[in-house]
Design a protein around this ligand. Sequence first.
Ligand code: GTP
Ligand code: MG
Ligand code: NA
Length: 470
Amino acid sequence: GSGGERELCAPICCILGHVDAGKTKLLDCVRGTNVQKGEAGGITQQIGATYLPVENIRERAGLKPEVAIKVPGLLVIDTPGHESFSKMRSRGLSLCDIAVVVVDITRGLEKQTIESLHLLKRHDVRFIVALTKVDRLYGWKSCPNAPIVKALKSQSDDVQSEYKWRLTEVVTQFKENGFNTAPYYENKKMKQVFNIVPTSAIRGEGVPDLLLLLVRWVPEIMIEKLVYDNSVECTILEVNGDKDLGTTIDVVLINGALHQGDQAIVCTKQGPVTTIIRDLLTPHPMKELKAKGVYKHHKELRAVHGVKIVAPGLQHAMAGTSLIVVKPGDDLRQAEAAAMQQMNITISAADENEEGTAAEVSRVKTCKEGLYVQASSIGTLEAIIDHLQSSNVDIPVSDWNLGPVHKQDVVKAAAMLNRKEEYAAILAFDVKVMPEASVLAAESGVRIFMADTVYNLVDSYAEHINGLNE
Ligand code: GTP
Ligand code: MG
Ligand code: NA
């Protein structure tokens, strides 16, 4: 197809796959970063977004100047592979134009790979398979950043035959799950047969091939979808409690432009919240939006981008819903109604199908007696609650908050002391506990649990409960 003179947006690409398949490492290899190494327990616990400008992609893929690329870049969304983070996965996927399903060549398809395939089918999203860790094939000779066909040609017969049988096995597993796949360099029917790109995140073999498919083949198959449009389409990816900025939201700007000073509406369980955008922040190109780092400030931003929005009153914004921008002359009441309409849709969808269509929208369930959970983002809060309720103990949650633990949080948690003492506790994840809050907790008998992964956090509380019951 031809894009003519029309402005195109960067495709949005979501990375999915089983725990430790190598999603973050592959993205690190593309970005030249080391995010994976810094992750607690080596696991991704928050959804991320990285903008890759086309110049960087060209350099990374070793493209000659005469090779034309129609899109300005690529927005990549990294997701966690662990079980309790299914909402983040479906949220990432519901936003994307294309997905990369990462499969470890030494392990084949695993539980969350298959979960991801079901999601892709339901959302009708096309994908590319990155069959990664090829450097783990016994005797692999490294060929840094080489195109995969070239890298494969320089391998011994033994390596080539191990590669072939492992590839055949993976193709069979995809077939068993209802998908036709083929290595992309042999794939003559790219419209029907999904591409497999063998890669290594250690030395970068196959990475140029993967990038090229994303920036050249993806626009070929969905040019209309990528045409820039003025109407604002902006989805909330994450709600964060930041100790300096207060509550901020991470959004994916899919269409249109955002400006400082724009009036915007988010839907919350308590009703619509109208606010004014104070600041628009992006990380530097090739850096993670979620990483607490240096941000660039923007007066205006055009789609596509991953953006951190600073605005008052966002505490109850719901991840997975849209931010509605009110233009001068728009009817505010109508815009508020439109924002709240999303709530009706997601609630009715959720009633019909508990884990179905509305999984991408945050709905934190609470009850009268239960723990107090405090986290740095709504996504991790959901993962903690998911894990609390899926563990064999089924621990309820009475209330929650985002950002640092303050005295008021301890006061709320202390309400359980004379209802159900074992619930007079705060599970705090990735947040600071203010000194006055610690003092009050110690005085009143509220226990504060902290850990570096949501799994360790729930475990440490469960151990404490077991200790009490013995
Ligand atoms: P979660 O986010 O926790 O689901 O994992 P992930 O899919 O992001 O995997 P991650 O990037 O954390 O990698 C898991 C482990 O595999 C790490 O120890 C990586 O160093 C290793 N790894 C990833 N890619 C490769 C690769 O291409 N080759 C080799 N040899 N090791 C790799
Ligand atoms: Mg990861
Ligand atoms: Na990992």
